[in-house]
Structure formats: structure tokens, C-alpha cells
Ligand binder design. Structure first.
Ligand code: COS
Length: 400
């Protein structure tokens, strides 16, 4: 067993860290105050070859494995979780198409978006106001009309919605079949696609989420991804991959909290000594470090499984929940170590706290992750023969 990245992965990891150091960390705090989409930084990330890594070579992408994506997500997440979300959002938007679309469809709809000079965006449209954890309850409909589908409905929390050129939309083609009636469509920005309210968030302000309305939007039948009725499975298979990406951003945040807190603890003096010399602080740092380390390896394992072609629903759900809880706890502890300084804007850790919270919520709440993991554990592990047999035998022979 080898924990080392291979040469290509190591180079990508170094490149992503260098990019973060040069282009994200120095501007993240100032830019988030503007509450705007950080287009310039994302453009630079695109030019640096840090986006659209999973698009196959036949459709103009580098065709890299999920592990590579998690390296970039962790490195950029270390600098700013919001910017990492903006940069990595195409992974979520285009993953359903990589999973379910034909090469011809990818070449027609995705290749032009990832090969030009200017960065272009997709947006994943699954969630609705009343269908978040339960996407099967969605109200968006797609009706076949000759060689076209007509889509009507409204999506919300669509990351990169306001800047997107292509929307990956889940809609019901047969509402009576519930999850088996959902289908997936590629919807170019066209007549009838309108951006609604843009959310004002507590954290991750360097990313943008909005409502998207689809009013009698006509798309050609070749915008259907996979077959009618395959939408739910495509969405779940997508989330198996992208939850590892969120876990990676969370790992970046968790590690940043360790590093900022350690730096502070090594220099801040109270009672004539650096506060890191107190066990109360060093034990906290030890636990924070352990959480970040655990998050990293759970994440990379979940990605590696997917890259081996193995189902990773349980592992990616566990990684997402563990890593985002780690990010939240580490950010909270970092603020505690900074004391009053941790609670003001001039220092880096209050932003980590605000940013981390969303990691526990988006791409499936951590309660949903536990539901996915728990169900799988019962199904797979509940049937295992552990070799341990309980013998209920009384003095006069077996009890009945
Ligand atoms: N890969 C392939 N197929 C999957 C799958 C996966 N990871 N997960 C579920 N399926 C299939 C199941 O095999 C089942 O197929 P059949 O109907 O053919 O038997 C079907 O999908 C339904 O699965 P399940 O019974 O597990 O669905 P539930 O409704 O009980 O639970 C949850 C689904 C809650 C896990 C799902 O709705 C979910 O993940 N919700 C959160 C969605 C989310 O993350 N939203 C945030 C938006 S992302 S920005």
C-alpha cells in the first residue's frame, strides 16, 4: 500500500497549491465583502488548467480521475471554500452528462464550453423550494412535443446559475412514477430560462447561488441525457462523485484552521509563555490535526474507489459528513484559540467558521449523508457472517 501521489498527481497538487497561494488567499477576504462572483480568479483557474478535469478527452477535456479533482478542491478550498465552489462547480454541473450523455452529446453541448478562451459555466439544477433532501418530490415537468421537450418549473440554490451557459436540469417526465419518472436534460441558456433571486449567504460569499425559472423552455430531444426515467439514478451517481469533491474542499478548510491556529498559538503570549505551551491548547490542536488528516484520507479513498469503477456511495457520504463536520469543528476551535481576535474580520478564522457551515448543508445535508451511509451499512454489513455464534444453552440443553 502506498500513500504517495503519482508524479502527475503530485504536479497537479503542487500547481493547485501554488495557484491558491498566488491568486486565492491574498484576495479572498476582500473579494467576499463585495458579494460578487469572483470571475477574474475563476478565469485564471481556468487558464491554469484547474477546471473541467473530468471531461473525457474525446470531448476536449483532460479526462482525469476523481482523485485529481479532489486534489484541486482541497488546495483551493484551503484558500477559500467559496472560490473553490465557484471553480469546481462545473464538476457537479457536467458530471451527470459525463455519466449519462453520449460522446456526440458531450461534443455538441460541453466541448464548446470548455475549450474556448473565456471560462464558461454549467449549473446543476436539482433542488426546488419544496424538494431538497427529497428530489423525487420535484414539481418541474418536461413534456415531449414532437422532436422537442417543453420544460416548466423552478429550481433554487443553483450554484453558478447567474453565470451559466448550460443548465443540467432534472425534471419529471412521468410524475406518477415518482423517482422512476425523473429525467435529466441539458438546457442551454435560451428563451424562457430566467434567473431569479440571488441568495445572500452568511458564508461562502465568493460563490453564487440563485433561483432559475424555466418557462415553456423548448429543447431538442437530443438534450435528454440517458433515457427517460433515468434521471434519479444519474443524479445519485453524480452525487457519489461530487460529495467526495465537497469533502475535499472541507478538508482544505479543516487544514487551514489547524495551520492558522497553530501559527497563532506559537506566537501569542499569555502568562509569559506562548499559549501553544498549554496542554489545553496543544491537545485541541492535536484533535484538529487528526480530524484534518482523517478527512483527507477518507476523501481520497472515496475518490480512489470511484476511479477503480467501484460503487462508493457509502464512502463518499461518510467522507462528506466527516470532513465537513471536521471543518466546522476545526473552525470553531480555531476561533476559540484566537479568543476575541477570532471573532473579528481582521483575522482569518471567522471566515472559516462562516464558510464551513455551508459544507455541512449543501450537496446533501449531513443527515442525508448519514442516511445513505446507514442504509448501506445495514444492507451490506448486517448480513455478514462475523464468525461469532451466540449459544443459548441452559443447564438441561439448548433453550427453545
Ligand atoms: N447509485 C445508483 N443508483 C442509486 C443510488 C446510487 N448512488 N442511490 C440510489 N439509487 C437507486 C436505488 O438503487 C433505487 O433504484 P430502484 O428504484 O431501481 O430500486 C432508487 O435509486 C431509489 O433509491 P433509494 O430507495 O435509496 O431512495 P430513497 O428515496 O430512499 O433515498 C436519498 C434517496 C435520500 C438518499 C436521496 O434522495 C438523496 O441523496 N437526497 C439528497 C439529495 C441531495 O443531495 N440534494 C442536494 C442537492 S445537490 S446541490
Amino acid at each position: 500500500m502506498d500513500f504517495k501521489l503519482d508524479e502527475k498527481e503530485q504536479k497537479l497538487w503542487e500547481r493547485a497549491k501554488q495557484f491558491t497561494y498566488e491568486h486565492i488567499t491574498p484576495v479572498a477576504h476582500e473579494l467576499e465583502k463585495k458579494d460578487e462572483f469572483p470571475k477574474e480568479v475563476v478565469q485564471k483557474a481556468y487558464e491554469a488548467g484547474l477546471m473541467n478535469l473530468h471531461i473525457p478527452k474525446e470531448a476536449g477535456g483532460p479526462g482525469l480521475p476523481l482523485l485529481s479533482e479532489t486534489l484541486v478542491s482541497e488546495a483551493t478550498g484551503y484558500g477559500c471554500a467559496g472560490m473553490a465552489t465557484s471553480i469546481m462547480c462545473n464538476n457537479l454541473a457536467f458530471a451527470p452528462l459525463v455519466i449519462g450523455a453520449t460522446t456526440e452529446q458531450l461534443q455538441k453541448y460541453v466541448e464548446p464550453l470548455i475549450t474556448g478562451k473565456e471560462v464558461k459555466f454549467g449549473s446543476f439544477c436539482l433542488t426546488e423550494r419544496d424538494a431538497g433532501s427529497d428530489p423525487a418530490g420535484m414539481l418541474t415537468r418536461a413534456e415531449k412535443d414532437g422532436d422537442e421537450y417543453i420544460i416548466n418549473g423552478m429550481k433554487c440554490w443553483s450554484t453558478n446559475g447567474p453565470v451559466a451557459s448550460l443548465f443540467t436540469v432534472f425534471a419529471s417526465t412521468q410524475p406518477e412514477l415518482k423517482h422512476k419518472g425523473l429525467s435529466c436534460f441539458m438546457v442551454p441558456k435560451t428563451k424562457g430560462v430566467k434567473i431569479g433571486h440571488i441568495e445572500k449567504k452568511v458564508g461562502q460569499r465568493n460563490s453564487v447561488q440563485s433561483e432559475v425559472f424555466f418557462d415553456d423552455v423548448r429543447v431538442s430531444k437530443d438534450c435528454l441525457v440517458g433515457k427517460e426515467g433515468e434521471g434519479f439514478k444519474i443524479a445519485m451517481m453524480t452525487l457519489d462523485k461530487t460529495r467526495a469533491g465537497i469533502a475535499a474542499i472541507a478538508t482544505g478548510v479543516a487544514q487551514r484552521a489547524v495551520d492558522e491556529a497553530a501559527k497563532f498559538a506559537a506566537s501569542r503570549k499569555q502568562f509569559n509563555t506562548e499559549i501553544g505551551n498549554f496542554q489545553g491548547i496543544s491537545f485541541m490542536l492535536a484533535d484538529m490535526g487528526a480530524r484534518a488528516l482523517g478527512a483527507r484520507w477518507m476523501t481520497r479513498y472515496a475518490a480512489w474507489l470511484a476511479d477503480q469503477g467501484q460503487r462508493n456511495s457509502k464512502q463518499s457520504a461518510m467522507a462528506k459528513a466527516f470532513a465537513s463536520d471536521a471543518a466546522m469543528q476545526n473552525a470553531t476551535d480555531a476561533v476559540q484559540i484566537y479568543g476575541g481576535y477570532g471573532y473579528i474580520e481582521e483575522y482569518p478564522v471567522e471566515k472559516l467558521l462562516r464558510d464551513a457551515k455551508l459544507l455541512q448543508i449543501y450537496e446533501g445535508t449531513n443527515e442525508i449523508q448519514r442516511l445513505v451511509a446507514g442504509k448501506t451499512i445495514i444492507r451490506e454489513d448486517g448480513e455478514k457472517d462475523t464468525g461469532f455464534v451466540i449459544k443459548y444453552e441452559g443447564k438441561d440443553g439448548p433453550l427453545t
